[in-house]
Design a protein around this ligand. Sequence first.
Ligand code: 5AD
Ligand code: SF4
Length: 570
Amino acid sequence: MHPLQCVLQAQRCLRWGPLTSVSWLLLRTCRAHSGVRSSAGPSPERRQEDGVWKDFSSRLATGPTFQHFIRSASVPQEKPSTPDVEDPPPYLTVDDLLGRQRKVYLETYGCQMNVNDTEIAWSILQKSGYLRTSNLQEADVVLLVTCSIREKAEQTIWNRLHQLKSLKSKRLRSQVPLRIGILGCMAERLKEEILNREKTVDILAGPDAYRDLPRLLAVAESGQKAANVLLSMDETYADVLPVQMSPSATSAFVSIMRGCDNMCSYCIVPFTRGRERSRPVASILEEVRKLSEQGLKEVTLLGQNVNSFRDNSEVQFNNAVSTNLSRGFSTNYKAKQGGLRFAYLLDQVSRIDPEMRIRFTSPHPKDFPDEVLQLIHERDNICKQIHLPAQSGSSRVLEAMRRGYSREAYVELIHHIRESIPGVSLSSDFIAGFCGETEEDHLQTVSLLQEVQYNMGFLFAYSMRQKTRAYHRLKDDIPEEVKLRRLEELITVFREEATKANKTFVGCTQLVLVEGLSKRSATDLYGRNDGNLKVIFPDVAMEDVTNPGLRVQAQPGDYVLVKHHEMETI
Ligand code: 5AD
Ligand code: SF4
């Protein structure tokens, strides 16, 4: 990826995730002469079926800029033309499964997987004839896409249900009754307990049951409660294209796998999201191609352990060359064989559109073979940013967590990554106060933060979850105030170290993908650099490298070169 050109003029302060400051920038890309784009276009058959593609190709012929695409990107349809309804179960008619233009309000909690799941759930409901609303007051159906990873996340949902209860009771008799559904991890973890504890809930759908939503809502329509919390061995929603809700979005998530087999002893995810399974490569590539055609400039490949990706959907994939675990890492499960692995997928995805940035999250440190690191290093459009969840800096605690590596193996991997990908940006997750964590263990985590100097971090106090191995075998023996004190200490050290790490960007010029107007000031724009740090810069006219002499204002989806002047950790 290369910017077309740029010119810098003023200076102002910008800031990112953890921070930065700045001067600014310029540059934008022109879609008109992207030869790659045509080679990445859809098949002839699809071109016929797809009016959007026809529109795209005719504009391409006349040399559109990126702005043409983003401003005319297809807007999510409010009204489905013909609802697409599956065969009904014997006790329901096809008609019962139709949404009859009922308005659905979706609210998402938790991780990016949930953001993507919300779009999948909506895609399914839209096909059944539901409409979407962003106004809670006018909703006929409210669906909460929930998270169970820590107790606090669940408490938020219980509180929300109390508010929704009063909304439901205020519903007029002339209106259809308000239906409330719990989707995702909390539905899976608590199952009927939710229906018993909170009478206001009408439907429950676990993470593998979204295809069943039209049926569940049809049952609820008749006044009964309905639940589907079955987990699947193979559901990946491969054929359900998520609906991009924001027509001006520059980035999208693409789910490439679901579930997790790692069984870290503290984690509820394997119980709420089930076994690890990967989506077929072909369907992922098709989705990314479509996003590229819509003008999106960044995709993030999503999964619980993205780099453990393994597409075994076709027999011949089983002859694929096997890849090794990172040195010093082991798994809690029996070694898996064959299949198309993450390096292959990443390679294919990154070839679709050289102007489209590729990110991925969350990976597991065990699956970083040299092929993956090499590819990230070589390919311009794969962001040099790696999330490497450590969880603890103490080998003793890591063993209790069943992470499959020691502190030494983790640090060696960090060195190897930094050697393989110079300038790589690193982030991590840490848990403070895990079962049996001593003050000495905690100090080892502090020293790991100092040793690595991450650019970004996500730090949590341990929250015991039922069903996990830690719940059955270990004691949640660190008092809450000690967990919080240790968490505070980790946050302080992380900030200090990130500030040092990110200072190295000061004086450097970086490529920033513009996302929109800054919330801080109407005269600033914001975007992200390759390392995923937020950059704020002035919204002023700058030279357009694709049209020498022309001065333009940057738009979402443009690439701009920004010179950092200072940074700030937030
Ligand atoms: N308590 C606290 N943090 C947790 N995480 C996962 N399970 C727990 C738990 N029980 C954190 C881990 C993981 C991130 C997504 O959430 O750091 O990487
Ligand atoms: Fe949870 Fe570990 Fe799986 Fe991540 S890898 S989802 S922390 S069990």
